[in-house]
Write a protein that binds this ligand. Sequence first.
Ligand SMILES: [Zn+2]
Length: 66
Amino acid sequence: MALNIASIRDTKWLTLEVCRQFQRGTCSRSDEECKFAHPPKSCQVENGRVIACFDSLKAAHRSWLA
Ligand SMILES: [Zn+2]
């Protein structure tokens, strides 16, 4: 099932740890400054992690690489 393995890898790679302070509403950083994800409420959080949408991932990579 090579297709399944590929999709699992993709999902893992797109998974970001959600900022716990943001979840409590106490994070003082912006989404781009914080190294953890600040997902909108429309994003599904699972076990403290969220699968990033491509737009937020691009923004995150910009700040991580800077
Ligand atoms: Zn944060």
